[in-house]
Design a protein around this ligand. Structure first.
Ligand code: FMN
Length: 390
């Protein structure tokens, strides 16, 4: 299974094409739109989130509520496009028109793709870079992830996320009883935090950063329950599922680090305090008494919950901009400011869920017969039974 995305931040629309989904899988517009709505929430989001109310239009691959097995194309229109038709249009411009538009960007923003992208592709107007490198693209990644989440959920696999840290304010590790409870509590929190004791402090930290024209980052955690044992593989570097999850998290704009299970904490502990002892009972088969390795051994799932964390740097566009160099004049200026959030960590948690869900769904579709959804579900059930008997 694979997907591509297309679209610029202020272009007419964003598009994703998903290829390789089994036929006969039930899915609705609401399944996708609900996830798009979740991405737009969160304390600290800027004006754009109020302008855009993202909705996906299904333009192919789904008929009467079921996938056809053909490519699924999803389109999300940019509501702000009407203000950008000249600036972002595909038609050529006369010199006067180009001069009149005056939205050329020549002062690259530190921490963005602006300068490197301009040099690489030879763009003297850095808007040609920032329009595509913008995290607006994560909208359709969330749309593709919503389809993956639906497939997982139908197979009894649930994905949740929560925010562990914002701008140095740390939450306690969540003590939840069921993954549904974790989903519900974090959904009600405007910072997607399970720990009510630090929620207000996180909001205050975001407000303070905003007031100062600055930004803050944080840490998000994705938890997945219900994955069967043995998905992924140890036989080749590019089949290791933990490595694919790490790459997926790192591919989210502004993510700078990934941990699975204990992650970096494992460096400080004895082996006996890191590895998870193996147990067995008749009803459940094999299980681990602890889950310090976050659901992975040897590039494969252990059947325990998957726990992946990612660290997001503070958003690079600052209303109190850092110094930069104008690429035309070479003079030192403050960097350009595009409309921006002061903290997008809660939204990034939703993106992290989407990219993790995608990799897990793709690994399942890769591993089990998957032309037809029903066949896949049947195979998964019998595989789960077979595993208990091992
Ligand atoms: N960067 C900004 O400068 N302003 C934003 O409003 C903004 N919003 C973001 C929203 C989300 C959900 C995510 C995941 C990232 C956001 N970013 C924002 C981060 C930039 O897109 C990112 O830092 C930039 O593309 C450079 O990529 P890199 O940080 O991965 O090197």
């Amino acid at each position: 299974m694979r997907y591509l995305t297309a679209g610029e931040s202020h272009g007419p629309q964003l598009t994703t094409i998903i290829e390789g989904l089994p036929a006969g899988m039930p899915i609705t517009n609401e399944d996708i739109n609900e996830e798009l709505g979740r991405r737009q929430k969160g304390h600290g989001r800027g004006r754009r989130m109020q302008i855009e109310k993202d909705q996906a239009f299904i333009s192919s691959g789904i008929r009467h509520g079921y996938t056809l097995g053909s490519p699924v194309a999803l389109v999300v229109e940019n509501d702000d496009w009407k203000h950008w038709t000249k600036i972002m249009g595909s038609e050529g411009l006369s010199e006067e028109e180009a001069e009149e538009i005056k939205r050329k960007i020549t002062r690259p923003r530190p921490g963005h793709a602006d300068l490197n992208g301009g040099i690489k592709y030879g763009h003297r107007d850095l808007r040609n870079v920032l329009e595509r490198s913008s995290a607006r693209e994560t909208t359709v990644r969330v749309a593709a992830g919503a389809v993956a989440k639906k497939l997982l959920s139908l197979l009894g696999i649930e994905v949740a996320s929560h925010v562990l840290e914002i701008g140095g304010i740390k939450a306690e590790p969540p003590q939840y009883e069921t993954i549904q409870q974790l989903q519900q509590v974090t959904e009600e929190s405007s910072v997607r935090c399970f720990d009510k004791n630090v929620e207000q402090q996180m909001k205050d930290a975001i407000d303070e950063a905003k007031q100062k024209g600055d930004s803050i980052g944080g840490i998000v955690e994705v938890i997945v329950e219900g994955m069967p044992v043995g998905v992924g593989s140890y036989v080749h570097y590019d089949r290791k599922l933990d490595a694919k999850l790490a790459a997926a998290i790192m591919s989210i704009n502004a993510f700078k680090g990934v941990e699975i299970g204990l992650g970096f904490e494992a460096a400080h502990r004895f082996g006996s305090d890191v590895h998870d002892e193996i147990a067995w009972d008749k009803e459940n088969g094999y299980y681990r008494k602890t889950n310090r390795l976050g659901g992975f051994e040897g590039g494969m799932t252990t059947g325990m919950p998957i726990i992946v964390r990612g660290v997001m740097k503070p958003i690079p566009t600052l209303y109190k901009p850092l110094k930069s160099v104008d690429i035309d004049t070479k003079e030192v200026f403050e960097a350009s400011v595009e409309r921006s959030d002061s903290c997008a960590v809660p939204a990034a948690a939703v993106v992290a869920e989407a990219v993790v869900a995608w990799e897990l769904a793709a690994a399942i579709v890769d591993q089990f017969p998957s032309d037809r959804y029903e066949q896949l579900a049947e195979y998964m059930n019998s595989y789960r039974e077979e595993v208990k008997e091992f």
